[in-house]
Design a protein around this ligand. Sequence first.
Ligand SMILES: NC(=O)c1ccc[n+]([C@@H]2O[C@H](COP(=O)([O-])OP(=O)(O)OC[C@H]3O[C@@H](n4cnc5c(N)ncnc54)[C@H](OP(=O)(O)O)[C@@H]3O)[C@@H](O)[C@H]2O)c1
Length: 375
Amino acid sequence: MKFAFVIHPTSLDDVVRYEPGAVGKGRPLIEKIMEWMPAYAAAHVTGVRTPDGRETEGWFVGATFLPEQMLALPRERVYQKILEAIRIGADLGAEIVGLGAFTGVVGDAGITLAERSPIPVTTGNSLTIAAGVKSLLRGAREMEVDLPRATAVVIGATGSIGSACVELIAPHVEHIVMVARNLTRLQRLLAELADRVPCSLSIETDVRAAVPRGGLVLTATTSTQELIEPADLQTGAVVCELSLPHDVGQRVAIERPDVLVTEGGNMRVPGNVRFERVREPGREFNNAFAPGTALACMSETMVLALENRRAHYTLGRGIDLAKVREIETLATRAGFELADMRAFDKPITAETIAAARAAAQKRRATSAERKRAAV
Ligand SMILES: NC(=O)c1ccc[n+]([C@@H]2O[C@H](COP(=O)([O-])OP(=O)(O)OC[C@H]3O[C@@H](n4cnc5c(N)ncnc54)[C@H](OP(=O)(O)O)[C@@H]3O)[C@@H](O)[C@H]2O)c1
């Protein structure tokens, strides 16, 4: 069975990557063009092959709005372009469609779109959650974080991805600070989870107040601005970034060599996956992934196609943890695994991690020395 996946540029860099002809055009012009541009089939994805010989192929179909436009334009107009993209995928032969980045966030996170779609829909959030938590815990191991005594900060905790991440991180740590802007929703989440999870929980609406409290930080927000200030991070902190567009900027990489930032939602795809531009066959579609990898939400859609699942899967903001576990099992069986660590468009090597650990040790020693001198 074949799949489609709706993509959209999450930054101006993405616009140029998808359409090199956009180089040099200013943001206002790009926004105007995108406002009126119809959805289009951007990439043909081939070569997905499981170790037991199952294969699938599919298409990335562009619903050309930037994140800010997805949030600001009338909802119906955004839905119309996403539905147009879905129909293009269905006409190409896809029997399931995934909703990438903000196309799975707008409105009720896929429910209305699923009602109006000619083919089954998933946001891909279940596998994103599984991959994100695994990735955070891998980073913690690499940075030798004492997990049972650690505090984790989950930014975007009331969201579809964030709330499920809180539940899955909870058995591993001592405390979780749940962060979002809306206090009422945070209070409701706290009341819902307090007796259900094994660690203690607190809530915070100010990202800058929350970040210094945790040695582990996971971000899954719909902010269109960078949220994390380098100075706020604990020495040796591990940051797992799931947000698209990112919440963590290059400044963290430059100013905080002692911190490990990792993009949590990347998976290695089994087989020999290729992304080819539909308009220029033979030319690679540049999506900024490491070779052989795709986002976890794309991977979820591929796994469902490989399983011949002709039914909606992840929809809405209340994530079913049973589905997170199921899709993780199905993905592993199909040969998908967590991709090597990566951040800021670069691989994270063993040397990078060793350097971050050493920088953290040095920073701790310096701060201990300063404290002794001050006494
Ligand atoms: N890496 C991947 O494979 C992958 C896959 C799917 C989605 N994503 C990305 O994951 C992110 C979250 O998606 P979702 O479906 O969970 O969205 P969602 O359900 O809309 O949740 C967004 C969360 O972010 C919070 N938030 C928004 N702006 C914030 C700010 N400025 N400061 C603090 N919190 C803020 C929201 O609460 P308040 O409104 O109360 O602040 C909410 O808790 C998106 O960026 C999406 O593109 C990544």
